[in-house]
Structures are given as C-alpha cells and as structure tokens.
Ligand binder design. Structure first.
Ligand code: AMP
Ligand code: MG
Length: 360
C-alpha cells in the first residue's frame, strides 16, 4: 500500500481542512492514519470498528492481547464508551485533559473486544495536540491509537520515525512536527477504589496524589522489581522500546558512572567495536571515545524525556555495536524515563562504584 505523508505545517487552513476531511474518511472506512500527539506519534483507526483495530495490530506486529488507547476530542465521547465515570476521574479530567493522562474505565458494549485486547475495560485519553484533536473531531469517532512504531521498537516522536516503521503499511501519516513530551502517557486504572498507576508518564504520582490524596502504583512498576526482573519463561525476556544494539545502564554517583563508562568504552573500542554512549549535558565533556550523544540536561528532565526515543533511533541509524548509558534517579519524571530505559536495556544495569554489581 502507498502511504501518503502530508506535512500539515506547510499548508494553509483551507488546505489543512481538506487533509483532515480526507484522513477522517480513511478512518471511517476502516483504514489507518498516523498522527502526532503531545506524547508520541499514534497509529490511528476507528476504535469502534473491530476490523480496523485488527489492522493496527497487524501493521505494528503487536500481540492482540495488548489493548489500545481510545483517543477522544471531547468529554461527550467518554460517556459514549465508558460505562461508569467516577468523580475522581472527573477531577483528573478537569486538571489534566487534554493532556498526557490515560484513564481506564469499564467499557460499554459499543467498544469491541478487538480494541480492548479482550478486556471489559477501555483506556481513554484526550490528547493535547491540535492535529490529533482536529483529526478526531473530523472523524467523529474515538480513534484507537497505540504508538506508531513496529512492536518492540522505540516509539516515534517525529513523522520521519513514523515513516521508518510504517511506510507502506498504512494509508496516511500526518506530519505535525516533533512531539513535545516524547514519552507515552501516564496510565491510571480508575476502576479500583483507589486509582492505580499502570504506566508511569509525564503526569507523576505526586501530581495525581495532590488532587486525589491517594493513588497507588502497580506492583510490577516497583523499581526494585525492575532491577531484579527475571522472565518467567526462558527466551521470553521482556524487551521493549529497544534499540537494535544491546544497551547497558550504568548507575551510581556521577563521577563513578563516567569513570565506569569510559573504562567499558575503552575496552570495547580495543576490541574494534563501535560504542555508543548516552550521556547528559552536564557530563558530555568528560567523554572522549565512542559515539557520544547527550540525552539532555539532568536539571531539566523534560529534555531527557523529549530526546529519549530519538537518541535510541539515532544509534540504530549510526549502527553501533553496543550502547552504554548513564542512568537516572527514579524520582518524579525520572521514574517514567527509567521505566522506558530499563526496558530498552532489557534490564541490564551495572552499579558503578565500590560495590560494583551487574544485574540483567
Ligand atoms: P501504547 O498504545 O503503545 O502506548 O500502549 C497502550 C498501553 O495501554 C498498553 O501497554 C496497554 O497495556 C495499556 N492499556 C490499554 N487499555 C488498557 C486496559 N483496558 N487495561 C489495562 N491497560 C490498558
Ligand atoms: Mg507503544
């Protein structure tokens, strides 16, 4: 199939409206359109059409039990697909929608199991991006959209990333420029008495607790569990958001971390390997060998989130043999960033310093 890539930033309002009408027709007829949101690019199809959802799974190569998020443009659409919306959710919506917060509700019958991965619940989000909102409004249906990457690859944060993975697989890609946030939405399960965070994101537990008092974090997200993660079945190591080259995170105090990465890089370079290093603005000048890229500034963690997936894809393009990356603290936005980085590294972590240890 030929994929049309349309740069909306080059169009005047009238031409853009024609593109939205066309993209909406694709969605309504069961096709797929990738579009930008403030988090990452989404791969959209009609959330109420089981066959359209099935196409998303096929295009991504995604296991069909991994549910999709339904994207809406106004609150009315939520009540059309959610069976029950608790007051706590209303409160979160007022503050965080449109925005990078996905909430899970009991679904109405109108939402097919093909969209929810067979679950009786539906995940819903109102994205904070003019292109996403215009497309959903024009389509007139909620749009199911996972990240527009091939399953297992880093999520796309530009139209170029999206085209790399989806060219030839979908009808259209709307180019609205790079995504501002760069990591996926926070997911909160609102079907429990006390809401539970299932995926950390830009909206942190602290931010949610300030409004609701108590919000839990799913046990599987406990950092100590990530570090000691062991796959249940051999060969089923959980790898996600992954660059092509094996990646290792190095944690500890900054001086020890830099020293350890320098040491590792030097060893590998002697073995004629091409080594990628992910450092920060604060440490960049300390590195001398290898392909060195700063992921952003430690004092502005938003910049780290923004650049994360782009840097992983850059190392794919350069074709390094391995990647060593500085790790981050688990507080606030660092929690969401480390959640992705640990998955990208297949949970391989070296603790630098006196008590050096390797976890993988
Ligand atoms: P992605 O679209 O790639 O950002 O992935 C969507 C994420 O939302 C997946 O990891 C799902 O596990 C999660 N999700 C979507 N719907 C549900 C649901 N009904 N219950 C629990 N998790 C969900
Ligand atoms: Mg994804």
């Amino acid at each position: 199939m030929e994929t049309r890539i349309i740069n909306l930033r080059e169009l005047d309002q009238e031409a853009a409206s024609a593109v939205y009408a066309e993209a909406a027709a694709v969605i309504r007829s069961g096709g797929m359109v990738a579009f930008p949101t403030e988090t990452v690019y989404g791969l959209g199809a009609n959330a109420l059409d089981e066959e359209a959802s099935a196409r998303i799974y096929a295009a991504k190569g995604r296991p069909s039990d991994n549910p999709l998020i339904a994207h809406i443009a106004d609150k009315k659409q939520l009540y059309e697909i959610a069976e029950y919306v608790p007051d706590t959710a209303e409160l979160l919506m007022k503050t965080f929608w449109p925005g990078p917060l996905t909430m899970i509700f009991r679904k109405k019958e109108i939402v097919p199991y093909g969209t929810t991965g067979g679950l009786d619940t539906v995940a819903v989000r109102m994205p904070d991006h003019p292109v996403a909102l215009s497309l959903i409004r024009a389509a007139g249906v909620p749009i199911a959209a996972p990240s527009a990457n091939l399953s297992g690859r880093p999520s796309p944060t530009t139209a170029d990333h999206t085209a790399e993975d989806m060219d030839g697989r979908i009808e259209m890609i709307l180019d609205g420029g790079p995504c501002e946030i760069g990591i996926e939405s926070t997911i909160v399960d609102m079907t429990e008495d006390i809401p539970v965070i299932l995926r950390p994101g830009y909206i942190t537990q602290e931010m949610l607790c300030r409004l609701l008092g108590e919000v839990k974090v799913d046990q599987a997200l406990d950092p100590s569990r990530w570090k000691n993660f062991r796959p249940k079945a051999p060969g089923q190591k959980y790898k996600h958001y992954a660059p092509k080259a094996p990646m290792t995170l190095i944690e500890g105090n900054t001086t020890d971390v830099v020293k350890k990465i320098l040491e590792l890089a030097e060893e590998r370079i002697k073995e004629k390997k091409k080594v990628g290093i992910i450092c920060t603005d604060e440490t960049q000048d300390y590195y001398s060998h290898g392909v060195i890229r700063s992921i952003g500034s430690r004092i502005r963690m938003e910049s780290v989130a923004h650049n994360l997936y782009d840097i992983l894809r850059t190392f794919d393009d350069i074709g390094v043999d391995m990647i060593y990356s500085e790790a981050f603290d688990f507080d606030e936005l660092g929690y969401a960033i480390m959640n992705r980085m640990l998955k990208a590294a297949g949970h391989k972590v070296i603790r630098a310093g006196k008590t050096e240890e390797v976890t993988d």
